[in-house]
Design a protein around this ligand. Sequence first.
Ligand code: HEC
Ligand code: HEC
Ligand code: HEC
Length: 168
Amino acid sequence: MFKVFVIGCLVFPVLALATELVPLKNDGIHDVNSDGFSKLQEPREALSDFPRRTDGTIDWVKALDQKLITPRANKVGDGKMTSVNLDLILTNTGSMPHVLFSHKVHTQVLTCANCHIDIFLPKQGANFINMSNIMAGEQCGVCHGAVAFPVQDCAQCHNVPAKKGNLR
Ligand code: HEC
Ligand code: HEC
Ligand code: HEC
């Protein structure tokens, strides 16, 4: 198991930084032939002044506080962001500390539909979350390691001390 994590440590920061540096013409999302294409700003330039974590990835919560971003609830921008204050403690963590999942932090920058129901069913314990899925870019890994802080920051997620003897 440790081998996988060590490899993860080396690969993930590179991936996390690389995603935002991919030129728009190569990202597989934007249409180079569209008239509007030339008006778009490259992510590298747009994100250059954004606050960073020590690992170099963007700190979106700080970016929000500093009003550098105004998240939209939908593509057109006419919906309203609804933030919910619902903390869940995820306890299937083996010998690692438990994970505090804060809906508040996530729903300030994301809408419910970003996660429910494609990534997670909205029911505690209904999703079998584990590290191999996360490292494969699924579940929490859809964002963490791609656009949010990377998976090797174990303690950022595993931050709730488990009761003594929690060795599964
Ligand atoms: C749809 C994208 C997405 C998914 C899925 C996602 N996150 Fe996040 N998460 C974010 C973003 C964006 C932030 C903002 C922090 C940042 O800048 O990296 C964040 C922040 C966090 C934080 C930091 C909270 C703080 O107080 O700063 C934790 C912990 C976290 N996520 C855990 C999780 C866990 C655990 C899962 C899976 C159960 C998960 N996230 C799934 C996007 C996501
Ligand atoms: C983005 C958040 C996040 C990060 C970063 C993270 N984990 Fe996890 N981890 C989780 C979640 C969520 C679960 C499942 C908890 C649940 O379903 O109750 C989990 C489960 C686990 C488990 C038990 C299940 C399994 O897959 O064996 C272990 C062990 C574990 N993590 C180790 C680690 C280690 C080691 C690191 C750092 C290399 C790490 N985690 C980084 C969110 C994270
Ligand atoms: C970043 C991803 C993410 C976003 C965005 C998100 N959720 Fe969740 N939600 C989760 C996760 C992860 C769980 C727990 C799943 C588990 O334990 O298997 C959860 C669980 C829930 C639950 C079940 C709680 C319980 O006690 O069973 C509800 C209700 C819920 N979410 C509502 C919402 C609503 C409403 C929004 C939007 C305002 C929202 N969620 C946005 C990830 C997210």
